[in-house]
Design a protein around this ligand. Structure first.
Ligand code: IPE
Ligand code: IPE
Ligand code: MG
Length: 238
């Protein structure tokens, strides 16, 4: 699949935030907001397919989200299984390759196995790479990369002086994935919350007040228009 020629866009990353507030506004328990998130995910996949983006990373659960009440965490983990099982056929039909980033070993075995089988089943697909960030933290990822580099140094494979930015990138969880050109966050919060810290060094950040369950194809297209209006300079001059 080719990158979008108009937007020059290969990788969109989204912080899907605001499920709890969406539910609260309706007098519903927070978990209903997580339930309502599914359609927005469908829409994001659809739009990425239409414009020919190669990678869509969705921040679904952070390393910090484990500190939430047990009942909410366990609901989200069950929802993850349900989402995978309920959508794998359609995603496979759409030629989507399901992938993850994060510490998958933290995920309970039930949903982890569902994920692994969905990844296996879609591994040969050549369309959109749908990357679910699960138990993902940018600092945890960097810590793991540094640990990998440190052991290579200890084993004598190379010296500290050989460390380059490219080498650090190549020790991240998915070294083949290009940095996102744009990071979108819903719900009005304007922070990264430990998402893709290394990879977002030069990403355009687009913040929208829309809560994730209300974020559909139209809202995503608006965020991409905003991205398109930006001048990317990378420290240079126009
Ligand atoms: C995002 O919605 C989903 C996860 C972080 C798992 P939130 O649950 O953070 O919703 P708000 O921010 O409390 O509204
Ligand atoms: C970021 O949202 C994580 C995900 C969307 C998965 P949070 O709701 O956890 O972030 P904070 O707590 O507002 O920074
Ligand atoms: Mg939140």
């Amino acid at each position: 699949m080719k990158s979008d020629p108009v937007l020059d866009l290969r990788h969109i990353a989204i912080i899907m935030d605001g499920n709890g507030r969406w539910a609260r506004k309706r007098g519903l328990p927070r978990i209903k907001g997580h339930n309502a998130a599914e359609r927005s995910i469908h829409d994001a996949v659809e739009v990425c397919g239409e414009i020919g983006v190669e990678y869509l990373t969705l921040f679904a659960f952070s390393t910090e989200n484990w500190s939430r009440p047990k009942a909410e965490v366990s609901f989200i983990m069950k929802l993850l299984s349900r989402f995978i099982k309920g959508n794998v056929d359609e995603l496979h039909r759409k030629n989507v390759k399901i992938r993850t980033t994060g510490r998958l070993s933290d995920i309970p075995s039930g949903p982890r196995k569902d994920l692994e089988s969905a990844m296996e089943r879609t591994s040969g697909n050549t369309g959109l790479n749908l990357i679910l960030a699960l138990s993902y933290g940018g600092r945890a990822e960097l810590r793991d990369a540094f640990a990998g580099i440190a052991s290579a140094i200890v084993s004598g494979a190379f010296q500290a002086d050989d460390i380059s930015e490219e080498m650090i990138s190549s020790h991240l969880y998915n070294p083949d994935v290009p940095d996102p050109e744009v990071v979108i966050r819903t719900s009005g919060e304007q922070r990264l919350s430990n998402f893709l810290l290394w990879q977002s060094a030069y990403s355009e950040l687009v913040f929208t007040p829309v809560l994730w369950p209300d974020f559909h194809a139209e809202q995503l297209r608006e965020c991409l228009d905003e991205y398109r209006s930006r001048k990317r300079r990378f420290g240079g001059v126009e």
